[in-house]
Design a protein around this ligand. Structure first.
Ligand code: C2E
Ligand code: CA
Ligand code: CA
Ligand code: CA
Length: 281
């Protein structure tokens, strides 16, 4: 159901049941939004933990709602996932992000080695046309597959392991890189992880929050860093907000970092400025 949120926004709460009417209304709002270009993508920098230089950006979708203003994914991703509109929406984000990367590269040599990370939803991951969509988005933007990393969560892999494996290998065949998002919050077994063509592990923010003061979190992050090394996967820590968190994670050998300390999700112009060293976010 929709209820008034903290800012008075209409919030889709997946734990509440929506009436058939509410569901139909939100579906048609989302369809309208797709047709009328109400979605936009912000980009959050991912940096090298040693140098703090930007190596990639993560595409994060927003809805510029005509009445409620700028809405974050929490307000609509769940609903779009439930009614299937996440497939065309996700395709739009993917195409937009690839086109944006091409445009940064055309504008400045500073973006030549920049990469892009795009989130996939469970439904998109199960969609039979995914691999074709990805190939098409890359070809239309003129971006090499190695510049794109797709982020998936552990639970998406666990649903139907054999199909998931086939999809991952098909994406790998294209040359796309794969990341496990929110790592540590799901249930993936190590033996299983070993069999998958995963390039990047993103350590969830919940392990980062207290890592500078909590020995348990240090032990957990240390274990994931070791896992990354053993399996030749890169590690990214999410949600870094302070210097203390940053230095702790850097000392634990985490490769990359993402978080408000380095930059909030920003529009393409701000990212361009960040890359070319003109101004800060
Ligand atoms: P995520 O993939 O784990 O993305 C990271 C989220 O953490 C983003 O929230 C980002 O703004 C936020 N974040 C980053 N650094 C910090 C920090 O230092 N402190 C705090 N407090 N937060 C930080 P956002 O943009 O609201 O996105 C929320 C979730 O929505 C994402 O979590 C992702 O699961 C989903 N999402 C966003 N864009 C897309 C999309 O295009 N497709 C799909 N399927 N899901 C998306
Ligand atoms: Ca993500
Ligand atoms: Ca994440
Ligand atoms: Ca998360």
């Amino acid at each position: 159901a929709k209820r008034a949120g903290r800012n008075g926004y209409a919030i889709f709460d997946p734990t509440m049941t929506m009436s058939v009417l509410e569901e139909a209304q939100l579906r048609s709002d989302l369809e309208h939004a797709l047709e009328h270009d109400e979605f936009l993508v912000l980009y959050q920098p991912v940096v090298d933990m040693q140098t703090q230089s930007v190596t990639s950006v993560e595409a994060l979708v927003r809805w510029e709602h005509p009445r409620d203003g700028l809405l974050g994914p929490y307000h609509f991703i769940g609903a779009a996932e439930a009614n299937g509109l996440i497939v065309p929406l996700g395709r739009w984000v993917l195409r937009e992000a690839c086109a944006q990367l091409a445009s940064w590269r055309a504008a400045s040599p500073a973006a030549a080695r920049l990469k892009i990370n795009v989130n996939l939803s469970a439904r998109q991951f199960q969609y039979a046309g995914l691999v074709d969509d990805v190939a098409q988005a890359l070809a239309d933007a003129g971006v090499d597959a190695g510049s794109l990393t797709l982020e998936i969560t552990e639970s998406m892999l666990m649903e139907d392991i054999e199909t998931a494996k086939r999809t991952l290998y098909a994406l790998r065949e294209l040359g796309v890189r794969l990341a496990i998002d929110d790592f540590g919050t799901g249930y993936s077994s190590l033996s299983y992880l070993k069999q998958l063509p995963v390039d990047v592990i993103k350590i969830d923010k919940t392990f980062v929050d207290d890592v500078h003061i909590d020995a348990d979190d240090v032990a957990l992050v240390d274990a994931v860093a070791g896992l990354g090394q053993a399996l030749k996967m890169q590690t990214v820590a999410e949600g870094i907000e302070t210097d203390a968190q940053w230095s702790t994670l850097r000392n634990l050998g985490i490769d990359h970092g993402q978080g408000y300390l380095f930059g909030k999700p920003a529009d393409p112009t701000q990212i361009h400025a960040l890359l070319t060293g003109v101004g800060a976010i």
